[in-house]
Ligand binder design. Sequence first.
Ligand SMILES: [Zn+2]
Length: 448
Amino acid sequence: MRYWFCVLFIISMQNTYANMNYQIVVNKELTQLDVKICSDEKLANQYALGRSRASKNIKDLKLKNATNINHDLKLYRGGLYLSDTSVGDCISYKINLTKFLVDDNKTVLIDNRDWLLYPKTRQQVTVKFDFENPNHQISTPWPKADDKNLDYILPRYPKNQSSKTVIGKIHLELVTIKNAILEIALIGTQNTLRLNEYIKWIKDTADVLDTHTGLFPQRPVQIILAATGSEREPVPWAEVQRGGGVSVHFYVDEFRDINTFYQDWTAIHELSHLYLPNLKTEDLWLSEGLATYYQVVLRSKAKITTSSEGWEKLLSGFNRGKRANNGLNLRQTNATQHYYWGGTAYFFMADVALRTQTNQTLFSVMNQFVNCCVNELEQWSAERFTTKLDSLSQTTIFRELLEQEALARSFPNVDPILAKLGVTQSFWGSIRINDEQGHEMRDQIMAP
Ligand SMILES: [Zn+2]
């Protein structure tokens, strides 16, 4: 027995990579991070910055050996290169946080590309935070190494993409949608009633997606909600970030009635991005197209708008997209209305084709994609993404629409499809819905 135990132990040791540890101390005043990087084995030889301007933030960069002798280190071309390190050597550096303080200096909101040296290594990298002020809390998008301590595993996601860490006076809340865990980090307000309203709004929005698509993406999501003063809209700015896993970052008006947030389209739009992988920059029209299509149909299905308002929004969006088109295709254009609404037209046409030719829907195919393939590890091209959707749906719909409607024209030829569903427009641009024509498909797509 003992012999076998020993053999198994050796095999398991051989399959485990060593650990690199990042130990981060956050000072009491939230003005400094002390970073120490050590390893069970030798340190990695190469480290990269997430972006070159971060080199200005890194101070007192040193290599310390086991006998406590320090050597100054220098960054070179956006990275750090080491040679001749020994087991027991550690790197240390400091980050001045003052320019990343928000909310009357109670919180730090920092892009991880601005402070982290990303190692090039096969070792597992854990990041551990310690706070001199025990009331301080943290939210990062990285997976937790364990639930009790503030140990995270640094994922091997594209380091040049944005991801945020929030430290300080944060209200943290975990919301689950089936097995998906949303870690909501609220900053900028201490008003308990307001905090609870924001949390319920995010949960209710995720529930709309879950109910009407059939599946909220079952993945961990970091959600940062930063309350600001009075704004022109309930959510003046929001975006999805994929540099450390998937995160959604919202700025929200602190004073507006919570019902206006339910009327606003932004949250449904942003959460709909979670059905998509990390797409290449030139193919982000697919990401915006799906989120915009979902935003229109889900708000109608959830009775936030009526069905006819939903059709009106699609039609007027397509008109704006066509007006903004400049002869380029959806991959080439950088006109926002063109690629948002061109992408929406693409997915609308795919949805109609799926419903006509098969017993599937865009929801069912995207849910299959989420279950098999969604992650932030690599960037997908439109060709690879649509080929995958075709293999999941066992059709050629997505790739054909990509080649014929998205890349070979400046705006997808969406009018004949709308006409088949009884949706046309008058000479003056107002919507006409023919009750006799295509109402079954219209209802499947847009009705509650
Ligand atoms: Zn978007």
